[in-house]
Write a protein that binds this ligand. Sequence first.
Ligand code: ATP
Ligand code: MG
Length: 555
Amino acid sequence: MKSQDKEDLSTNFIRNVINKDISAGKHTSIKTRFPPEPNGYLHIGHAKSICLNFGTAIDYDGSCNLRFDDTNPAKEDIEYVNSIKKDVEWLGFSWGGEVKFSSSYFDIFYKCAEELISKGLAYVCFLSSDETRTYRGTLKESGKNSPYRETSIKENLVLFRKMKARGFKEGECVLRAKIDMSSSFMCMRDPTLYRIQFKAHHQTNDDWCIYPMYDFAHCLGDAIEGITHSICTLEFQDNRRIYDWTLENLDNFNTINRPHQYEFSRLNLEYTTTSKRKLKLLVDENHVNSWNDPRMPTISGLRRRGYTPASIRDFSARIGVSKVNSLTDISILESSIRDDLNNSAPRSMAVIRPIKLVIENYPKGEIESLKVPVHSQNEEMGTREIFFSREIYIDKNDFNELAPNNKYKRLAINKEVRLRNSYVVKATHFDNDKDGNVEIVYCTYDSETLGKNPSDGRKVKGVIHFVESSRALSAEFRIYDRLFLESNPTNFDDLSSSINPNSLEIKNGFIEPSLSNAKAEEAYQFEREGYFCRDSESEGLVFNKTVGLKDTWSQ
Ligand code: ATP
Ligand code: MG
């Protein structure tokens, strides 16, 4: 991705702020960050944030840090750190310098906390969590000062050092900012800055038993790294007060070009969830197979499903950035991938619900090799070899004994249809299996119709796809539907009633031999069926359906 002229960019409110800051001489270069907490896999909502943060940096020839906000060892894991790095790179972005970790600033955070205590702006509080809640008050009623609020600075320094030195039990006390218990912003009512947790940390092991809260660590991390614009989601709107309060009260960080926080609306996507906690629940309760299950809205799930980085970046651009929360139509994501794959995906034929078609006037034992285009609108993609013989597979849905109406364009008794890339055939009769389902259809072919219309002017309107039977490879097709039954799922207490029981359908059919070496996660268009890619986690020929050829949601 190249940087573009600033003037060319479609604007959004964040760019407006940046343009103003640059004209005012506040910043000469722009630095953003993407700050995931390594407590789950990234999802499509994170992709929006990634495209915004990295994209903005690219647009202004600046840089964007990848910083792990790793201040809660209880929920974090190195598995998540690794998957997040992989996903950001896969989306096509590179971070400035080394990967950053909030935990590498723990010493600085600690010194900042002591500075606040020394200024009489923080105190160690021994209220229980229930008491703290009662003291905090409500939106209508102001809170009450903690009895520990007036402890002397000297005493507070001693207590805080004792917290750090494992002198207290987990939960026995916390360090709180001394701000305003009657603030109309609940987050300003003496928020917690540090808490005790006797948990080994994936980066700092047992070095610390006190861990900073998000509101304290985040603004400091931004300031330490020289972030200019700290972009986050709307839930943090109120917390901007504590962000500013913290930096303004610390000598080293209260500077004219210190970072500022800006909020945009998070992505909510129809028929799924973008809450890491709820996604984790889906995995833990086995409603899906893993974080990268192709039904999951995770980046790894989308990748395994056949989504491309370009399609996800395109989706982010299409939905834009705003300050209004809304539910985004799933068809926007699907049209992004469809538009990308329509141009780039090689074409192939796969029969997903196979029945046999026997061409009775075709010589027994003969097999024909045909060279056909990989992409009919793009000759440069070359040709592939397919086969034709007396016995081929067609899709069950492409045959009806009687054409249901005049518009019917598939195969029926006494009707002609073209087999894609080859001949015109006419069905004559068929056999059922013991359950009464069509098993074998018999037909004749017109040997003069390879790549041309019948010479006597007969019009053959329909085209169906097929795979020659002796060279066909057996394959499994995994066909996905929306994960949740409701467009805006709300019931997460009983997932079994809100999850679509048919979100995965498995079919066994056949593919062309040219697909024997199909690479995982690389998309093909199976003609007339949709876009598919080989599954990266399965041994054999297993294909995931990425998306259908047309938008079928709205029908
Ligand atoms: P948690 O509840 O675990 O904090 P989170 O969704 O906030 O989950 P983070 O790892 O803290 O996850 O998120 C990293 C960044 O991605 C944050 O800046 C966050 O605002 C942004 N982000 C998270 N979810 C979305 C979303 N649905 N749409 C846009 N941005 C998001
Ligand atoms: Mg978060």
